[in-house]
Write a protein that binds this ligand. Sequence first.
Ligand code: FAD
Length: 261
Amino acid sequence: MAAYGLSEREAGSDAAAMRTRATADGDDWILNGAKCWISNGGKATWYTVMAVTDPDKGANGISAFAVHADDEGFTVGAKERKMGLRGSPTTELYFENCRIPGDRIIGEPGTGFKNALTTLEHTRPTIGAQAVGIAQGALDAAIAYTKERKQFKKSISDFQGVQFMLADMAMKIEAARLMVYTAAARAERGEPALGFLASASKCFASDVAMEVTTDAVQLFGGYGYTVDFPVERYMRDAKITQIYEGTNQIQRMVMARSLLT
Ligand SMILES: Cc1cc2nc3c(=O)[nH]c(=O)nc-3n(C[C@H](O)[C@H](O)[C@H](O)COP(=O)(O)OP(=O)(O)OC[C@H]3O[C@@H](n4cnc5c(N)ncnc54)[C@H](O)[C@@H]3O)c2cc1C
């Protein structure tokens, strides 16, 4: 398993403001600092860690390193207690004079942040895919439930108010799915200028997932608000897709920037 360490407590959306340092010592690198919110923390064998190698160069002074779980000076914090996504452990990572061999730098010094941004163009559609999956699960559950649940001596799916909600949910999911597929296909083909669509697919699909899962809870009525049915979990899990891999405000900034340059 692998993990990816970019974010820090004080450097989330503004990831380039990170403070974790890597200094050269002979043939080795020595890492000091901490990373925050790292998925697979404690489970991964290898961690890609971003650290400042040249503080005078801002984003161009950040490099990427491969840290092994057994490296001396590397430790993992306690698991965060989260609203959702509880199947995926999230922890802090600590580096205290963590010495790693010189060849564990990924690429040239100073290219880490640029590579991280390029990586996001490929990984953001995968968050969109996660969002589409959660939304589809919620829709499937809502269709089955509304057919079965009876009020006023009818299935609630016979009511036009419910039908229109289901139709809207399915329509939005389909649009999100197509956008995610297009973004993923373009990324796979290695096409240039992927930024707009990578952000749009992640942002649109995660906003759809939040809307659809909230509507699914609504369609389950009071039962939707209990842990006895799956839709409350879908709603909690949908929320993270609007936050990580860059919040949806950041995605909108990326989209606007690509429109205006
Ligand atoms: C469960 C989970 C797993 C994660 N996994 C990883 C991981 O594996 N690796 C990793 O490196 N990181 C990971 N993250 C970190 C995640 O990417 C960050 O939480 C996210 O980028 C936001 O940073 P922040 O939490 O510091 O929020 P902040 O940056 O403090 O943002 C707070 C609010 O301010 C808004 N905001 C900030 N700047 C602007 C702006 N310029 N304009 C408009 N609004 C703005 C944000 O959109 C947000 O609404 C994970 C986070 C979570 C919760």
